[in-house]
Design a protein around this ligand. Structure first.
Ligand code: LMR
Length: 398
């Protein structure tokens, strides 16, 4: 059966993670995979996660199944975190949620629901988008197309080209949007751009599928949800895929949620029954542990406050690194303007060097970023910013 299968090249992000781990050089720096790192290069367990986890283990009395929609308390806490506690879609009973194995599970589940509703639907993704969006969404059988998004000349969004392309789509076309901290570019929509996009999406009757994997790491927990909340308040239908990997540091616990905003409570109930059926046929029930931790944190006011300050500390560190790395690059590479890094948000920036230069950084200086020159800003450390800027200067001079 399997003898004829050829080996495939590893996923670009995971392949890089393996190459970094195998590099024995002590100066090595991992700007590859999107995980938060502290000043020592570690990805720590959040203090609030530790507290919630130990209390949870002490009081847990069973490991029986939670059910295909997951932990109801977690789903409710996530709705409130994502939408805000007083969101009109919540009071109108238009929101239904399913706990998923990470944001990836949510993306796949959402794609499967779209496919069940309309098998020939096309999902439009930004150019570029997160590498794993393609297999996650297209794996459901949906066709993917691209719309212009990133402008390499400014490091921002080509909003005119983006809206011109979206304005040509037929009704019920699906548009995948990044809520904030765009992966891989760090280029986000402004509040005004979200408003303009809302009018377009309404006019063309498009279905927004919003991926929120970095809430709190861009401009703040509420600010990062601005566009998502606006869309969910103003549109009859929205899908939101949410990840707790980064803002709760729960990467390996695979914790996420899919939120469906429907036109009416009855339509929402019917769609939820479909989501539950689809989830049952893929992973049956989501893993419990990470979601139980998140629920414990979000439902206990002291823990929640402490968590909010932990997220804020991560966000601040990234923001400060953005400013500092721009300063260092200005000193060591004055011929090139990297100022855009300071205006971008979240973990990533598209550095804008070519693949040969990315490889030279990796091979000669042990600095790892993906071939498209996406760099994880959180992987930088204050103590080696100068080393990094010098390495970039040397590579650019070749
Ligand atoms: C990334 O983009 O590096 C992260 O979202 C991790 C992953 O799974 O690719």
């Amino acid at each position: 059966m399997f003898e004829h299968l050829a080996a495939v090249i590893p996923d670009p992000i995971l392949g890089l993670m393996a190459a970094f781990r195998a590099d024995p050089d002590p100066r090595k720096d991992d700007l590859g995979i999107g995980v938060y790192r502290d000043e020592r290069g570690n990805t720590p367990v959040l203090e609030t996660v530790r507290l919630a986890e130990s209390a949870l283990l002490a009081r847990q009395t069973t490991k029986t199944y939670v059910g295909p929609a997951g932990n109801a308390g977690f789903n409710q806490s996530m709705e409130q975190l994502v939408l805000g506690a007083t969101h009109p879609a919540l009071s109108a009973g238009r929101v239904r949620s399913v706990q998923t194995p990470g944001g990836c599970g949510a993306l796949r589940l959402g794609a499967e629901l779209i496919r069940a509703a309309q098998p020939d639907a096309v999902v439009h993704v930004s150019t570029p988008t997160w590498a794993n969006h393609t297999p996650l969404l297209a794996g459901s059988g949906l066709r993917l197309e691209r719309y212009p998004y990133f402008d390499p000349a400014t490091g921002g969004v080509q909003f005119g080209a983006m809206t011109a392309a979206l304005d040509r789509l037929p009704p019920r076309a699906v548009v995948l949007l990044h809520a904030s901290c765009h992966n891989p570019t760090g280029a986000d929509l402004s509040a005004q751009e979200w408003r303009t996009l809302l009018a377009l999406v309404k006019r063309r009757q498009l279905l927004p599928f919003i991926d929120m994997a970095y809430q709190g790491l861009g401009q703040g927990v509420d600010a990062d949800a601005f566009g998502l909340r606006l869309f969910c308040a103003e549109l009859p239908e929205v899908l939101c895929a949410v990840s707790c990997s980064k803002n709760f540091g729960l990467y390996r616990e695979r914790t996420g949620s899919l939120h469906l905003i429907s036109s009416s409570p009855a339509a929402a109930d019917a769609a939820l029954s479909q989501l539950v059926r689809i989830a049952r046929g893929i992973w049956s029930m989501p893993p419990d542990h990470g979601a139980a931790i998140v629920q414990a944190i979000l439902s206990e006011s002291r823990l929640r406050e402490q968590w909010a300050s932990e997220v804020e500390a991560m966000r601040r560190r990234i923001e400060e690194l953005r400013l500092s790395v721009v300063q260092q690059l200005r000193r060591h590479c004055p011929q090139r303007d990297f100022g855009f890094i300071a205006h971008q948000r979240g973990m990533f920036s598209f550095f804008g060097i070519d693949t040969a230069q990315v490889h030279a950084l990796r091979e000669r200086h042990h600095v790892y970023m993906t071939d498209d020159s996406r760099m994880n800003i959180a992987g930088l450390r204050r103590e080696n910013l100068e080393y990094f800027a010098q390495a970039v200067a040397e590579v650019l001079a070749k």
